[in-house]
Design a protein around this ligand. Structure first.
Ligand code: GLN
Length: 188
């Protein structure tokens, strides 16, 4: 079987660190930023970074429609800023999003002291970096992991989100990359 091609949206943020995780999970990595490249991949990772900057670049380069069309058909995993981009509702402040997952997120919601920290999620160390908090999950949203009572890894249908970074840990692949590559394989 052909390896699933995972496109990591490469406008801004943590793109390259996904490569060894995707490869160790049996997928092929590609950094993508044009509509032609979006059409070629089997699934998308929207990386962590700064969601406002990503939105500006998506608008400036006229990528919204092509991304929305692809997201409607293929598995998508949004990480931190990427989670904000695919949430239905965003606060602090409110901003536009693709609304792929019926969740509400509050940006930069962890207190100062907790702005960046490492914890274990399902036995794997991950990093929270100015992470959003998922304040509400809608019908059919599966909570795959919680931290301090908040959902931090969720999924519904072909959309998955985590408020933490798994790609910065150098133990390949992370359980989250493994789960996502499996999701893409099932569909491909
Ligand atoms: N604070 C960023 C935002 O609101 C997200 C941070 C991250 O992706 N690590 O977009």
């Amino acid at each position: 079987m052909k390896k699933p091609l995972i496109g990591v949206l490469a406008l801004q943020g943590a793109v390259q660190p996904h490569k060894p995780h995707i490869e160790a999970a049996g997928g092929e990595f590609r950094a993508v930023k044009t509509p032609v490249q979006f059409d070629e991949v089997d699934g998308f990772i929207l990386p962590g970074g700064e969601s406002t900057t990503m939105l500006k670049l998506i608008d400036n380069f006229g990528l919204w429609d092509s991304l929305a069309r692809n997201f409607a058909e293929k598995p998508v995993w949004g990480i931190c800023a990427g989670c904000i981009l695919i949430a239905e509702k965003v606060s602090n402040p409110a901003q536009k999003s693709f609304g792929l997952l019926p969740i509400s997120v509050e940006r930069n919601a962890y207190g100062r002291q907790l702005e960046s920290h490492q914890v274990e999620i399902t036995g794997y160390p991950v990093s929270f970096i100015r992470a959003p908090v998922i304040t509400n999950t809608g019908e059919g949203v599966e909570v795959l992991a919680t931290h301090d009572g908040d959902p931090v890894w969720v999924k519904k249908g072909q959309a998955m989100a985590s408020t933490f970074h798994a790609e910065l840990t150098l133990d390949f692949p992370s359980p989250m990359h493994r789960a996502f590559v499996e999701m893409v394989k099932k569909r491909a």
